[in-house]
Design a protein around this ligand. Structure first.
Ligand SMILES: [Ca+2]
Length: 133
């Protein structure tokens, strides 16, 4: 044991206090440096279905109904997180884009599936969305 009695008090030797001081300094430096953190978000989307409109009114009615339509496509996001407490943290998120909703609307609207939305199809689609968004 490297302790000494000085004036009746027990004191630690300089070597032991230096080790403790170095440990505290290392812990403070580590805490001050913070951890390495990275966040990455990727938007993953399908391609839009090719579609044309009979006229401007058909397009307007379709897009108005689309904006009121509830999104039922799988919109879940995937999050992957790798973490070593205090030292390292990495988060990777995959978010689905809006084209799934658009493609679903085209499928519902284009009754004869010819890739061209007529004004009559758009009106039927708008009424259907109003009843069942
Ligand atoms: Ca059509």
């Amino acid at each position: 044991m490297l302790t000494a009695l000085v004036d009746g008090e027990r004191r630690e030797t300089p070597m032991k206090t230096n080790v403790a001081r170095n440990l505290i300094a290392a812990a403070c430096a580590f805490a001050a440096a913070g951890c390495i953190t990275s966040h990455q978000t990727v938007v993953q989307d399908t391609t839009r279905a090719p579609v044309s409109f009979e006229n401007d009114a058909a397009a307007r009615i379709f897009y108005e109904a689309l904006s009121k339509m509830k999104d039922t496509s799988p919109r879940g996001e995937t999050t992957t997180k790798v973490e070593i407490p205090i030292i390292f943290s990495h988060e990777y998120r995959v978010v689905r884009g809006p084209n799934g909703k658009f493609n679903e609307a085209v499928t519902r609207c284009d009754a004869n599936q010819d890739g061209r939305i007529t004004e009559a199809e758009a009106r039927v689609f708008a009424e259907e969305v109003a009843r069942n968004p």
